[in-house]
Design a protein around this ligand. Sequence first.
Ligand code: ATP
Ligand code: ZN
Length: 293
Amino acid sequence: MLVDRSRIHIALQRSGRLSELSRDLLRESGLRIEAGKNSLSARAGNFPADLMFVRDDDIPTFVSDGACELGIVGQNVLEEFALGSNERGFDVLAELGFGQCSLRIAAPERLNYSGPESLARQRIATSYPRLLRRFLDDRKIEAEVVQMKGAVELAPRLEIATYICDLVSTGATLEANGLRPVDTVLKSQAVLIRTRKPLDDERKAIADQLLSRIDGVLATKESKYIMLNASEEALSRITALLPGAEAPTVLPLHGRPGHFAVHAVCQENVFWETLQELKGRAHPPSSSCPSKR
Ligand code: ATP
Ligand code: ZN
């Protein structure tokens, strides 16, 4: 099949923890995706992009080879792949804020763990042998890495290994298997990657257009829309409290001389910290109404 040079190709996880969230991000970026759960590929109805639904482990290969110009994959899979290849074939363009998890070392509950030196000469089961090996080498620990494709939590019970190194988000699976996390090898989330293979102008322009849309979606997600009422004396103190905000809109309140409505877009990371303080300073606080955008 000839590659259609007037479209870009985006590699996404076919089914799993990242698949719906990846599609949602593209939908929020304006792409119409009508593919059902079992499709292997789909054409965006209103944008020159084809989506390729694959195993997440294959996404770094597809993007590095240039078969897909863009891809969405967990940093855990990406870094494990990168440690096994001589040349980096992709660039990370954005952290996407979903698929958060950590690659952690876990030990049976009864075992004492007093730092990485406890791992010396032990067997550790994992599906991430390169990331684990790097963690051990960085700390000059010699240990035996036992590679497993899945069900790593069973290894201690089956006496295949003493420790495991696996992805954890809530820790419930570990707990259900009598294990507890003792160290962190990598913190991970889903990222957007682009091939390092050169793109022709047409596809570069399409990729850039999609990237700027995705950037827009991410920026909106990270921001909150704040609305509150404040007296004139409080206004300058309030605006000073909004470092992440663009210039707020200040409107006089009809029928309440000396009182104003303040509307501002504020970065999420400053939002929760300043909210309490804002409430205290907006006088009178009667109708202060911070709301999520
Ligand atoms: P595939 O069939 O595509 O190979 P998989 O079984 O390898 O799927 P999933 O379990 O769907 O993969 O996980 C996909 C990604 O989701 C992981 O690589 C990781 O980045 C992220 N993730 C988030 N939380 C967790 C978690 N608790 N356990 C495993 N992965 C998680
Ligand atoms: Zn996988």
